[in-house]
Ligand binder design. Structure first.
Ligand code: GTQ
Length: 351
């Protein structure tokens, strides 16, 4: 035991006297406030679809989509239970819509992405335009746009919701409003946005309809997959990422959403990736194939084998590596656009 500092009592009395004035000494907390490197409270986690799906379907019996407004099982980081957060800044959940159900129209300042996990043919509507949802599609609900979801098919439909809920809460900038009708009126034919903005062309006289968010709100899997396959055949495979692309806003070349960066990657058959770490914690959704992720921090290590529709989270500044004997396709999202906008993004590629 260290001998008590000669001033220990003086200090304790000082702290007690300042406490009622809502004052506290920096020097007691400085190291924790300004850590030598990121020290996230988040832990790695993996949600296997086989375990989650029965619970989702039970939720389908327990509550209607309309009653729930959004029937979602939140993927909570095990070290952030009760905070509805998968990382400190991001929210993730799996949303279920049963046949003939509607999730009523509303809008909020939080931005959302949908990544379709199971079922084909449900729709989401954004400001008067519907988009059909198919597995592997990446769909955006820009901030403050009306949106409702519906399922006119005969099978349950499930997608991953990714939202910047914790970030908007941090900034105390959340507004929300319910629409006057359950399903918004359709005012534009399906595919209008993609036709206008999704073919390497843009309207001559046109402002960005959604400000900092991409005017394309559906990025179909068919196209992303075809691109990755072609690159796998024709371009060098990255030793860390396999074949990895980021989604873009076609008007700017930047991120499709101001707060959330989205990616899709293909690990070739027999891929054994090199380890990396970065400041933006990321959520992964497995689209096809199988593989393994190893995540390490300090002397702790986590290893998850994953297959289609599984989800996992790699927290900030945890070392991760991916491998796949059979080959696989992974979608992921993180808060990288915000790190980059603030000039605090950091990445290390290890070997
Ligand atoms: O679909 O609007 O998972 O507002 C959480 C909040 C989905 C949605 C969520 C939401 C939504």
């Amino acid at each position: 035991m260290n001998a008590p500092h000669p001033n220990a009592q003086v200090r304790q009395q000082l702290y007690r006297d300042m406490d009622p004035l809502n004052l506290t000494p920096l020097w007691e907390v400085l190291h924790a406030l300004v850590p030598r490197q990121p020290a996230t409270p988040c832990a790695p986690a993996c949600w296997q679809y086989d375990a989650v799906r029965p619970l989702l379907l039970r939720a389908g019996d327990a509550i209607t989509a309309e009653e729930a407004v959004r029937r979602v099982l939140i993927l909570e980081n095990p070290k952030l239970r009760g905070q509805s957060a998968v990382t400190q800044s991001l929210y993730a959940g799996l949303q279920l819509i049963m046949p003939r159900e509607v999730a009523p129209s509303h809008r909020h300042t939080q931005s959302a992405l949908r990544f379709i996990v199971e079922g084909s043919g449900a729709y989401t509507a954004v400001d008067g335009e519907r988009t059909t949802m198919r597995p592997g599609d990446f769909i955006i609900t820009p901030s403050w746009t009306w949106h409702d979801h519906g399922n006119d098919t005969d099978a349950p439909v499930v997608w991953l919701d990714g939202l910047d809920i914790p970030m908007v809460r941090f900034f105390d900038a959340g507004f929300a409003e319910n629409d006057s009708s359950t399903s918004q009126q359709v005012t534009r034919p399906e595919g209008t946005s993609l036709a206008r903005f999704g073919h390497n062309m843009a309207p001559v006289r046109h402002e960005s309809p959604y400000g900092a968010t991409s005017p394309i709100f559906s990025y179909p899997y068919e196209r992303s997959r075809e691109t990755l396959e072609q690159l796998e055949r024709s371009a060098p495979v990255d030793a860390w990422d396999g074949v990895k692309l980021r989604y873009t806003n076609p008007l700017t070349g930047g991120w499709p959403m101001p707060t959330i960066g989205t990616f899709m990657q293909k690990l070739p058959r027999g891929f054994t990736g090199q380890p990396w770490r970065q400041t933006d914690g990321a959520v992964y959704s497995v689209v096809e194939g199988e593989g393994e992720v190893t995540i390490a921090s300090g002397d702790q290590e986590w290893r998850y084998r994953f297959g289609p529709r599984d989800h996992f989270v790699v927290p900030s500044w945890h070392t991760a590596r991916l491998s796949s004997a059979a080959g696989c396709v992974l979608f992921s999202f993180s808060d990288r656009p915000v790190h980059q906008a603030l000039g605090i993004h950091s990445e290390e590629r290890l070997s």
